[in-house]
Design a protein around this ligand. Structure first.
Ligand SMILES: Cc1cc2nc3c(=O)[nH]c(=O)nc-3n(C[C@H](O)[C@H](O)[C@H](O)COP(=O)(O)O)c2cc1C
Length: 200
């Protein structure tokens, strides 16, 4: 009787360990699949992205690394037609109003006062932005990183329209939505092209 109980418990434990290992391996493989399949999509259907998905995406954005753990990101979610129209004019790109949502990634520049920290703002913003892109994809959405103007004049124009704090600096935009049509992802060269040769 004791032997039978021991064998059942041991069997159950082996089963759980195997399940755990398989699940871990799947998560790892899924990320490589996700990265390979990610592509910039510029045409979206009219279907709306629900707010809970946007929240999940931004929750993932704030898991990004940031210099000195500043976490200086701020996000503007642009969904209504009037604001999307403003954004497309501000950016000078008509088609971005067709997306379900435009996320503008900002950083609070008051966190970066020391000399030489200017470029760090763009790195911090971009780290969060990549998390947005992968989170969106893992939720079945498509996206495109869209560069934005960086002049002082354009920055003020944006802050004025949305009545935002003076310290905010727009880093880039991401358009999000459900893809319309299929396009081919631009091919990459073989990996060795990107790796610099080094000899000691
Ligand atoms: C910093 C940066 C700025 C970009 N700006 C734009 C943009 O303004 N408009 C656009 O359509 N795509 C933009 N993209 C997307 C690139 O065009 C796209 O990543 C590239 O063509 C490779 O295609 P893929 O993303 O499908 O692999 C940008 C990408 C990056 C990283």
């Amino acid at each position: 009787m004791k032997n039978k109980i021991f064998i059942s418990v041991a069997g159950l434990m082996v089963f759980y360990v195997l399940c755990f290992i398989t699940a871990r391996m799947c998560v790892r493989d899924n990320f490589f699949e996700l990265a390979k399949k990610r592509q910039s999509i510029r045409a979206f259907s009219r279907k709306e992205v629900p707010q809970d998905k946007l929240n999940k995406i931004l929750q993932c954005a704030i898991e990004a690394p940031s210099s000195c753990n500043r976490q200086a990101w701020r996000f503007l979610i642009v969904k209504d037609e009037n604001a999307k129209e403003f954004m497309s004019k501000w950016r000078g790109l008509d088609r971005i109003r067709e997306s379900s949502a435009i996320i503008c990634v900002f950083v609070d520049s008051s966190f970066y006062r020391k000399q030489g920290e200017d470029k760090t703002q763009y790195m911090d913003g971009s780290a969060a932005l990549m998390n947005i892109i992968y989170a969106a994809q893992s939720l079945g959405l498509s996206s495109c990183w869209v560069n934005c103007p960086h002049s002082e004049e354009k920055r003020k124009e944006l802050l004025d329209f949305f009545k935002l704090s003076e310290d905010l600096r727009p880093i880039s935009l991401v358009t999000l939505g459900y893809r319309k049509g299929g396009i081919k992802k631009p091919a990459r060269k073989p990996l060795k092209y990107y790796i610099l040769p080094y000899s000691d």
